[in-house]
Write a protein that binds this ligand. Structure first.
Ligand SMILES: *Cc1c(COP(=O)(O)O)cnc(C)c1O
Length: 376
């Protein structure tokens, strides 16, 4: 079976882990964490970047930083991973789901304004497949209503929108280094703060609500409990692994983009014939080839396509049960617009295997997918 995902190792992970072991510093915020922070700041130009143990944790930190109260509302897409909503629901806030565009599958910026109520406290966008949302329009709406924008950029490292790295356009951004993402550390993530205003409190929230980071820098002579918080930081072994990956981020992105383009070229005839719809990359968006997906004509067609690929040894997958129709989404959130596109797309999307090393299998994958599509 050609798997849907296979984590890529650069080859230096183990020696960096051995070095972390030799350094004798295994808890968080050691030399490898500092190296990752510096890399993230330089590559994104965010004023602060803090490693977390997951993107989920980074989103939870964002929700804490916003001081959300029970009953506050946060606008977000329904077509996303559960962590986008969970982070805010954990604060008692209500996720208000807005439909997506049928081209990029990102939140439909034209529907956001109508979903704003006096209780709205933030807009959380998700850059699906590492392709940016319409951030100029979204930022304008947010500014007009005095709302902060949070970017769930879990899939968006190394992508840009009009030259700006994803995760640095809103007030706060969250990356994921989960093994299914482009740059990995098993579990892992980072919180980006565009401006300094959130930075000091972010550091405190991440360190169990203490001013320990200031203490280690010699800025206070003892450290103490100063705010609510939790343990959101990864250990040095994880940071050592991530250091090896970040050093190769450019090369990893280029190799993924080559694979992405080969899928896109292959799918072109099927798109012309109306058998599939290919992803759209709007002008001004530079993406990171996080995902190659296709839209099939119907749920039945998608089911046949995935089964046929499976029978030919290729694992393709679908995702997102829309949050507005999931049990917890119904309990904690509500729809803030029609969900017509979300409901339709989530029945028709299929994700193809995209990982470094899949290149040698592409001829077989294309042949299997041709056969599956002609049979639909
Ligand atoms: C992967 C992902 C997450 C969660 O990332 P973790 O690092 O596993 O917590 C959140 N949001 C989106 C859109 C994702 O794709």
């Amino acid at each position: 079976m050609i798997p849907f995902n296979k984590p890529y190792m650069t080859g230096r992970e183990l020696s960096y882990i051995a070095q972390a072991h030799a350094n004798g510093h295994l808890s968080g915020d050691g030399p490898y964490t500092k190296q990752c922070h510096a890399w993230l700041r330089e590559s994104t130009r965010a004023s602060t970047a803090l490693l977390t143990h997951s993107c989920t944790a980074a989103l939870e930190m964002a929700a804490l930083l916003l001081n959300l109260q029970p009953g506050d509302e946060v606008i977000m897409p329904s077509y996303t991973f559960v962590s986008t909503a969970n982070a805010f629901a954990l604060r008692g806030a209500v996720p208000v789901f807005v439909d997506i565009r049928d081209d990029t599958l990102n939140i439909d910026q034209t529907l956001i304004e109508d979903a704003i109520t006096p209780r709205t406290k933030a807009i959380c966008v998700v850059h699906y497949a590492g392709v940016a949302c319409e951030m100029d329009a979204i930022t304008a709406i947010a500014e007009a209503h005095g709302l902060p924008v949070i970017e769930d950029a879990a899939q968006g490292i190394m992508s840009t929108y009009r030259g700006a790295p994803l995760g640095t356009i809103g007030e706060l951004g969250a990356f994921s280094f989960h093994e299914t993402k482009n740059i990995i550390s098993g579990e892992g993530g980072a919180l980006l703060c565009r401006k300094a205003e959130y930075a000091e409190r972010a550091e405190i929230i991440r360190e169990k609500g203490t001013n320990r980071s200031r203490f280690f820098r010699g800025q206070v002579d003892k450290y103490t409990w100063v705010d609510i918080g939790s343990s959101f930081l990864p250990g040095e072994i994880t940071a050592a692994f991530l250091s090896a990956q970040l050093e190769e981020a450019e090369a990893i992105t280029q190799r993924r983009l080559d694979i992405w383009r080969r899928y896109h070229d292959w799918a072109s005839d099927h798109a012309v014939a109306g058998r599939v719809i290919r992803p759209t990359i709007p002008d001004g968006c530079v993406h990171n080839a996080h995902m190659y997906y296709l839209l099939l004509p119907s749920l039945e067609a998608r089911t046949h396509f995935i089964q046929s690929l499976r029978a030919q040894g290729v694992q393709a997958v679908f995702h997102y049960i829309p949050l507005h129709s999931s049990p917890a989404g119904r309990m904690h959130g509500r729809a803030g617009s029609s969900m017509a596109v979300t409901d339709d797309i989530s029945d028709r999307v299929v994700r193809m295997p995209l990982w470094i090393g899949v290149e040698e299998h592409l001829p077989h994958i294309f042949e299997a997918a041709d056969q599956a599509l002609y049979a639909i």
